[in-house]
Design a protein around this ligand. Structure first.
Ligand code: 2RA
Length: 329
């Protein structure tokens, strides 16, 4: 089995390598692939030196699986070329997510929809993944009418240059500006590009991807996405209105037995999810569970996950694991 990691030198790319190692992902040959300017670079991984190769050489090698984290335009151009030679592409960009011919997969929810002909599989947006994973067991039990979500997102979601901006500000240096404003000691109600309807692309991703993953266009979703000066993960305040009433103890036990979800909800002992404790973990953490007393059938929850893990690398590696488990590769 040949496995390619495309965009191996980026933040998500290195996280993918870390998760593959931790999960003992089985492969015979690993191809580390990146753009022209990184070709020829040596990367030491699991005690072995790997030379970074270019995309054309990687296609020629016909890997069985390629995990892409190289940006939308690279995915649009190269994913079909890999698919043509029979590679399963698992793509972290937004390029294919809303394409009706492509599956948008969070393995715990909808991996069973994947078939042998799904050669390009989209990994959802990080902030969407953690929210839908925590909501899924509750959706199954009570049905969802409406979701109102506000996010508090880590600078790692923007990439290494944004982390560098924040650290330079913190060190009192002149930063290379990635954001239109300072990020340290600040909060930006702005993630990705503003759309004609006044929402940002990130907000629209949360709205549209949630409906696609749940396979239900009747669910109402509204979202405000915000960048905050933290690194360990994304946090979300979620207000969810169910079709039926719920019992709080049952909500807790449904979440406790949901795969990939960990409940941290003991406010009297100051136990609740935080980015600093979710950092480098594969799971999604849920807490602050409480009834919204302002309207019926409505729950408030706080959801945190490492956006580079379950929001990107871990979810992608789990899709690859599913392909192997089901004998699709
Ligand atoms: C962010 N959702 O946090 C993006 C990363 N995919 O900016």
């Amino acid at each position: 089995m040949k496995l390619a990691v495309v965009g191996a030198t980026g933040l998500v790319g290195s996280e993918i390598l870390e998760v593959l190692d931790e999960h003992n992902f089985p492969y015979d040959e690993l191809l580390l692939v990146a753009s022209e300017r990184s070709v020829g670079k040596q990367i030491e991984y699991k005690g072995k030196k790997h030379t970074v190769i270019g995309l054309a050489d990687a296609v020629a090698a016909k890997p069985e699986i390629a995990i892409f984290s190289a940006g939308g335009s690279t995915s649009l151009e190269w994913a079909p070329k890999f698919a043509e030679v029979g590679t399963f592409v698992i793509d972290n960009s937004s390029a294919w997510r809303m394409d009706p011919t492509k599956k948008l997969v969070v393995p715990e929810i909808n991996a069973k929809e994947i078939t042998a002909s799904d050669k390009i599989i989209a990994n959802p947006n990080c902030s969407t993944i953690q929210m839908v994973l925590a909501l899924e067991p509750l959706r199954q039990r009570y049905g969802i009418k409406r979701i109102v979500v506000s996010t508090y997102q880590s600078v790692t979601g923007t990439g290494k240059a944004a982390v560098d901006q924040m650290m330079a500000e913190r060190a009192g240096e002149v930063p290379q500006m990635v954001y239109p404003h300072k990020i340290d000691m600040n909060v930006l109600p702005h993630i990705d590009v503003f759309q004609p309807n006044g929402y940002t692309k990130e907000e629209m991703k949360m709205i549209n991807e949630t409906k696609k993953i749940f396979g239900d266009n009747s669910i109402q979703v509204t979202s405000t996405t915000v960048r905050i000066p933290t690194m360990g993960g994304h946090s979300e305040a979620v207000n969810v209105e169910f079709k039926q009433d719920f019992d709080l103890a049952e909500v807790r036990s449904l979440l406790e037995s949901a795969p990939g979800v960990i409940v941290q909800d003991d406010p009297t002992n100051f136990i609740y999810p935080m980015p600093i404790t979710a950092h480098k973990k594969d799971e999604v953490f849920v807490g602050r569970l409480r009834r919204d007393e302002s309207q019926p059938n409505t729950l408030n929850m706080w959801i945190v996950a490492d956006n580079l893990r379950k929001g990107a690398a871990t979810n992608a590696v789990q899709i690859a694991e599913y392909l192997l488990e089901k004998g699709l590769v």
